[in-house]
Design a protein around this ligand. Structure first.
Ligand SMILES: NC(=O)c1ccc[n+]([C@@H]2O[C@H](COP(=O)([O-])OP(=O)(O)OC[C@H]3O[C@@H](n4cnc5c(N)ncnc54)[C@H](O)[C@@H]3O)[C@@H](O)[C@H]2O)c1
Length: 439
């Protein structure tokens, strides 16, 4: 039977110890705080969490759960360690990894005394890169061994919420495993054999990033609902009714829609409607810092996209797409129009292909808009993708028209591809001369 040690008997560690021991695995929990160790050895809970005292008592009574202050004892009596020590904020906002570093050094020293392959699984929340720059070096230095070879490494983020922690542990929405070696991955799967959640096996750094993306997403959701509620209340509307309908839309709202890193939003609705709601809030003296930041962030994304082109040093630009998304000729507030204008204004030699825009411009439907609003860009439109391919030193994929794929496939090796929408990340098999906007 796989034996587990758990470092840190706090909210995460106590719940993890209780659940794993009740799943039948022998668990030894380690903490530097002797009071927590004593409480757990008496079968009592060191924290308030519904259902936890019962599970801890059962674990101790069944002889599957015990606690110690000795790191060496915990390592010697287990095959896999789960580390759940605290990672508090520093006053600057940076993360304080001193507990993580200290526990890694202690575990490393204990690993030096152990011949068997031991797996170290970190569950403490840590910024991407912390495993590589802090945890692994501390373990390797103290043990004299090599991570992923002489001992196993994984980062396995914890998503439980206090007050529903046992339910969240037993029924997570997803499981994210960032393992460096197969044996550690296999061991984690054994511990999780009762869980039915979708599993994502990623590299260690991606696993660290997923935890932060999750928690920041939750914070943004709460703040968004609060700002909607504040505006609604001031207008005499029930914000709960508004958000209930918003959340019922599982196609566009509570869904993966709009959740891919890429180009700024644009078009005739989002920029206009965000502006109007912010104005309405301001007129009622309701602050909307989140909605304000959305507009600022979107502008920043357009600048970032422009800078990718401008910094390339190439002057002959072939833009694939002008409208804000494929399949429409609507140019109102298209971020690509903004980029094309900046390029034109700075003297770049630009050609633009957009099937929908060319079609309507040529057929007259959109011609007056292009003539009156974008006369300078009208002359840059070309009729065929081949024209773009021939002209460009730098190909800019602005929207996800699938026809652009052909241009990417036919691109010369010397042509730089700048992709705003991740149309084809593998267009360059060797990765050279391909730049993504946020990947
Ligand atoms: N609390 C949550 O809801 C939650 C959820 C998901 C992830 N997390 C993350 O999990 C980590 C732990 O959070 P927590 O709330 O359980 O922390 P906590 O402060 O409640 O517990 C941390 C425990 O680690 C112990 N500890 C410190 N150094 C040690 C060492 N060298 N050896 C053994 N034990 C040591 C402390 O004495 C303490 O008991 C944090 O990184 C946190 O961000 C927390």
């Amino acid at each position: 039977m796989l034996k587990i040690s758990i470092f840190g008997i706090g909210y995460v560690g106590a719940v993890t110890a209780a659940c794993i021991s009740n799943d039948g695995f022998p668990v030894i929990a380690a903490d530097v705080n002797p009071d927590k160790v004593a409480v757990l050895n008496e079968g009592r809970s060191p924290i308030v969490e519904p259902g936890l005292p019962e599970l801890l008592r059962k674990g101790v009574e069944n002889g599957l759960l015990s606690a110690t202050t000795s790191c060496a004892e915990a390592i010697a009596n287990s095959d896999l360690s789960i580390v759940c020590v605290g990672t508090p904020s520093r006053p600057s906002g940076d993360l304080d990894l001193s507990y993580v570093k200290a526990v890694a050094e202690e575990i490393g020293a204990a690993l030096a005394q152990k011949d068997e392959f031991h797996s170290i699984v970190m569950r403490s929340t840590m910024l991407p890169g912390s495993m590589r720059t802090v945890v692994i070096p501390a373990l390797e230095q103290a043990s004299g061994k090599t991570a992923g070879v002489d001992f196993g490494i994984a980062y396995y983020p914890e998503f439980l919420r206090e007050a529903t922690a046992i339910h969240d542990y037993r029924d997570p929405a997803v499981i994210v495993l960032g393992a460096m070696d197969e044996l550690t991955l296999e061991r984690l799967r054994k511990i999780n054999q009762r869980l039915t959640a979708q599993e994502f096996v990623v590299d260690v750094q991606t696993a660290e990033a997923i935890k932060y993306a999750n928690n920041c997403c939750h914070a943004v959701k709460i703040t968004f609902a609060n700002e909607v509620g504040n505006i609604a209340q001031a207008t005499g509307i029930d914000g709960h009714k508004v958000m209930a309908a918003v959340c019922a839309d599982h196609r566009l709202n509570i869904s993966p829609a709009y959740m891919k890193p890429g180009m700024a939003y644009g078009g005739s609705c989002l920029p206009k409607d965000l502006r109007a709601l912010r104005y309405k809030a301001r007129s009622m003296e309701i602050a909307t810092p989140l909605l304000d930041a959305v507009a600022a962030s979107n502008t920043n994304q357009i600048s970032r996209a422009f800078d990718l082109i401008a910094r390339s040093g190439k002057r002959k630009v072939g833009m694939l797409g002008l409208s804000f998304k494929a399949g429409t000729d609507d140019l109102r507030e298209s971020p690509l129009v903004e980029i094309a204008e900046r390029l034109y204004g700075k003297g770049f030699d630009v050609r633009i292909y957009d099937e929908s825009v060319s079609y309507t411009a040529l057929s007259g439907a959109n011609l007056s808009y292009v003539r009156t609003h974008l006369p300078h860009l009208a002359g840059l439109l070309v009729d065929s993708l081949e024209d773009i391919g021939e002209h460009a030193d730098i190909l800019v994929v602005g929207n996800s028209d699938p026809n652009f794929q052909n241009v990417l496939q036919a691109a010369r090796p010397d042509q730089l591809i700048v992709d705003f929408v991740r149309l084809d990340k593998d267009a360059r098999t060797n990765g050279e001369n391909y730049v993504g906007l946020c990947w």
